[in-house]
Design a protein around this ligand. Sequence first.
Ligand code: PHE
Length: 334
Amino acid sequence: KKHIVEVEAFKTDSKEAVEAFRIKYLGKKGLLNDFFAEFKNVPNDQKKEFGQTINELKTLAAEKVNTLKEALENETDFSPIYGDLTRPGEPIELGARHPISIVKNQIIEIFSRIGFNVSEGPEIEDDWHNFTALNLPEHHPARDMQDTFFVQTDPDILLRTHTSSVQVRYMENNQPPIRTISPGRVYRNEAISARSHCFFHQVEGLYIDKEVSFADLKQTLQFFTTELFGKSKIRLRPSYFPFTEPSAEVDVYWGLETETDYRMTKGTGWLEIMGCGMVDPNVLDNCGIDSETYSGFAFGMGIDRIALLLHQISDIRLLSENDVRFLEQFRSAL
Ligand code: PHE
């Protein structure tokens, strides 16, 4: 029993002392072996207690040796005294921002300068927010324009095909004046190629107030393209979207200096960058905004294609392959 107290109290930070301790208790000629040898001489009525006590002592001593050894080894691993203090440190590997994030941040920054905030919403949407509220009732032929992924077999739940769904949510929860952009990932069931993917990224914009006109839309887009591309030649072609009237498609003149320019603009030098238009009054009413009092414009663009052009990337698939040799080339492009 005296030894149990001694073992419990034992402390040291020297390896030699631990070894001496081990030999004293657990070694071949150690105390414990002596006690075990003594066992046969113990009177029968005391055998039980004696046995239990030496077993306890043995376990305690073995545990003590193990914990002390472990503590000392760990200390040695981290002890600066064993390292070369003059050696230069290992540089920390820095990642790079993804080109999609770079371009998305640029777009957000440009619109924030003219008062647009950022709104976000879910990627898994319901039919109302992705289609019906946007003037696309069931069986409307324009639903086929956006090949939709449905979630399981429920036709009401889908992967959003555009971030216009976020604008619906924003209008449902906010009254004009509204100036918001909605960046995010969208999904379309399309064949994957160098030019298009089954998911990509959009920034859609919405501006609603009293007396907003088409001229406001055009000037806003002109400002945006000049800031992003440093070139200001754009053209608007009449188009059709169920949620805007009138609607237009916006091309920016980029030029034909490289092979990527050639491919991206199909040899014309013009890149189609977005759809836009005046928000259809039905959409405003669907979302609880009085279309007699308010009007507004909306626009939506794909980030991926713009990133391909700005960074001269030849294949959209590179954006989602996560090949570090590709990604680390954007280190300086913050
Ligand atoms: N939602 C359209 C699309 O994804 C883009 C768009 C947005 C067009 C707003 C007009 C107005 O193709």
